[in-house]
Design a binder for this molecule. Sequence first.
Ligand code: D5M
Ligand code: ZN
Ligand code: FE
Length: 488
Amino acid sequence: MLNKEVALAVNYALNKGFQIHPEALSLLEGVSTSELGELIKEVVREKMRQNVFFINQDDLKSALRIEDEGELENDLKVIFDPTGKIASAEGVDGYASLFISRYNKLKKIVSKRPEAAKIRSTKLLKGKKPDSGQSEGKKKRESVYVCGLVTNKSLVTDKSHDRRRAAITIEDDTDSLECFAFEDELVKKADGLLIEQFVMAEIEQTQRGTFVIKDIILPEVGEREVGRSKSSVWALFLSDLHAGSKYFLEESFGSLVEWLNSNDPVAQRVGFVVIGGDLIDGVGIYPNQDKELVHLSIEDQLAYIEGYLAKIPKHIQIVIMPGNHDPGRRSLPQPAIPKKYNVGLWDRENFHMVGNPAVVSLNGVRVLMFHGQSIDDVVKITPGLSYAEPVSVMKELLRTRHLCPIYGGNTPIAPELEDMMVIEDVPDIFHVGHVHVLGAGRYRGTLLINSGTWQGQTPFQASVGITPTPGIAVLVNLKTFQVNTKQF
Ligand code: D5M
Ligand code: ZN
Ligand code: FE
């Protein structure tokens, strides 16, 4: 039976007096449902112009920009994987190294900005006597910039004046400096900053010596051209399967794997499957979890999902990254799911086990993969951000150039010598999961994807008001960056 969108599209063409070739019909059934209406109108318009009232597979292929490009090209390179680099330092010393590394990496990023020439060290500014004002005459006071990690922030409401001001302390590699924001917009911006987040502030010193904030600048990403695959190849983005859970959508996931094995023209051009964590539901992740499990051990859960993944055609490259439900370690960065729990995942030629976060290149398209644990903290702290709109949260992560810009929240961060959570190079695609809500968007050229989930709503999610969007596959054409979704 045709699904509703396909039936509507077919009726539209039939009503205009068209005939549709059976092959074209089967192609339609494999197409993203969201864009079908527009697509069929485009085809009908074009064919009416040609005065031909017959729609064949080639008409649809050209409208879908699916080209017969011969052999499928799917070149996978792992550009960054934390697995072999994890070397947790101990205690306070470890965190000191982590923050020094964060500072150095982000300083390097802002050094490319035009304001960089006016960056001063906090030590120099602290020792600076304020300009008297008189000797300078009417000359405008010149602002300078400081950059570093926010180590303190406070908001003071001045009752007598009924005004708010914010104080933030910025620490660089020389010392730290307390700066004040008075303008409403800046107070809001300062208040929204996170502890240990890297910022650059434009400041001016008053005659009394106070440093007043004129602007707060995030490391940000510049507008840029994305890398693209030369040929038309699709990548399928998945996350949060939660195999082993009672709520894992076995049937939907099974149909997805079946579709990948089908003759559907899009399925045939899928070159990569990218999995962003929470492959399994895990064991002992939260109290009384065992009551919600079908498979009671990590090994059983992994073997079960391996069974499905093994049915994906062997020519497809599969990248597997862990999430907070997978074994390895809880703290970020996480190593790849250890081999001791499942040898099969490691021993298949087309399976690529990476840690969290990771950067991979798919036919030259740079994909930053991160499970997304920090989203819980960012959503909690930042007004205006919510689980329902994961893409907005992802945009904020990109702007801070850090995957976990909160320290001391619920997301455990390991005291690594190097901060591997800094977004050093801006990705072409930023892939996140964890939220269980599908989302796609763009920010300054980067395609942002949250790949939803393959688990139905759990009692916990219901209790905290999270409405997941399960069973939807996100497909990206790596040549055109067209995004299709397909419900299973
Ligand atoms: O996360 C599944 C969903 O539950 C995701 O939207 C995050 C949310 N979540 C997870 N932990 C918490 C806590 N502690 N508070 C609020 N919301 C949470 P998963 O990683 O699959 O369990
Ligand atoms: Zn999850
Ligand atoms: Fe998760």
